[in-house]
Design a protein around this ligand. Structure first.
Ligand code: ATP
Ligand code: MG
Length: 330
């Protein structure tokens, strides 16, 4: 068995830009949003692999590609030794039981008219795993394990009758009912109250051990990623600019973008003196990404080559990869 549960190679997703009628008459050229533009990474069995970066950098699209909720434009995804592109619809449906997803907004992902217990147990019925009393027992057991206690009390409630933190526990319980191998968690705590965020992260870590899970953890918040991830990839405009263990990326960031993101993370000590090197300007348009290094228009260290040639992701020490022409060890 390979160490990797997921292997992503040369993955691209370009979305065609919908144009208005007049625009279509004026320009014939088709335009594409380069949401994910050629990325490679592996997720090892049992690890929490983080994808971080500003809004629009392509994190959610990457997660959706792995779950094959969208088809890649190019590249491959191998899940536990199986190339997803080789699977037919029925085989993919079966494999999908082994990958589950948790979205940012638990309210939007729960049917308001379905009782909590039924929502959690829904997949057991769909995949004909258990029905009736057996389903109920399995659901009650899972509810206890995610801290929805007393489970019998919550079973017949509706999503609007419980708190935001409890709703996220419902979504977690639902994701784990079929005992998946991979959970793609897309900003899973972003909507939760600050006071319960750490509790939810701890719960996720505890469930990971209990159920032998592997997580792809998507977040724009580097403080959250630091709390939960083992390794992390920093994305910028559809590309990975730095990747490594937490120690490598947080203690010795080498890409100016990673350094800027880390400098922007708030610290609890109000007296701490820090040099803020926020990236100047806005994240550019992913329809026409800048030539050369995509970060160069915002980079304080950019030189002539940076506007011409895109740097490739290069290993600077074992397991630590950086895409920058002129590295800047912190
Ligand atoms: N279905 C789609 N059709 C067209 N463009 C899309 C589609 N989905 C995503 N995009 C575009 O692809 C780019 C990457 O989007 P994505 O949602 O992956 O980013 P993200 O990193 O998850 O951002 P956020 O932090 O805001 O969730 C964005 O420019 C987005 O507008
Ligand atoms: Mg997203």
């Amino acid at each position: 068995m390979s160490d990797n549960l997921v292997e992503v190679r040369g993955l691209k997703k370009w979305f065609p830009v919908q144009k208005g009628f007049i625009e279509r008459l004026v320009t014939r050229e088709r335009q594409f949003v380069h949401a994910v533009d050629g990325i490679d990474f592996q997720i090892r069995h049992g690890e929490v692999f983080g994808l971080a970066g500003e809004s629009g950098s392509g994190k959610t699209t990457t997660g959706r590609l792995i779950l094959r909720l969208v088809e890649p434009t190019e590249g491959s995804i191998v899940f536990d030794g199986v190339n997803l592109a080789s699977l037919g619809d029925e085989e993919m449906r079966r494999l999908r039981q082994r990958m589950q997803v948790i979205f940012q907004d638990p309210f939007a992902s729960l049917n308001p008219r379905m009782k909590i217990g039924d929502a959690i147990g829904h997949s057991l019925e769909i995949f004909k795993v258990a029905t009736g009393e057996e389903k109920r027992q399995r659901v009650l057991d899972m509810m206890e394990r995610v801290g929805l206690t007393p489970a019998r009390f919550f079973y017949d409630k509706y999503p609007h009758q419980v708190s935001g933190g409890q709703r996220q526990r419902i979504v977690l319980a639902r994701a784990l009912m079929l005992h998946p191998d991979l959970v793609v968690a897309d900003e899973p705590i972003a909507m939760a109250d600050v006071s319960v965020r750490a509790l939810l992260l701890d719960l996720m870590l505890q469930l990971k051990e209990e159920f032998n899970l592997t997580y792809l953890f998507i977040t724009h918040d580097l403080a959250t990623a630091k709390y939960i991830c083992d390794r992390i990839a920093i994305m910028y405009l559809g590309l990975i600019c730095e990747m490594g263990t937490l120690e490598q990326v947080y203690r010795h960031p080498q890409h100016p973008y990673t350094q800027a993101l880390l400098a922007a993370v708030p610290v609890p000590d109000p007296h701490a003196r820090r040099v803020k090197r926020l990236p100047k300007g806005e994240i550019p348009n992913p329809i026409n990404p800048p030539p050369g290094c995509r970060f160069h228009p915002r980079c304080p260290h950019a030189t002539a080559i940076c506007s011409v040639e895109g740097p490739s992701l290069t290993e600077v020490e074992p397991g630590h990869l950086v895409a920058c022409h002129t590295r800047f060890p912190a």
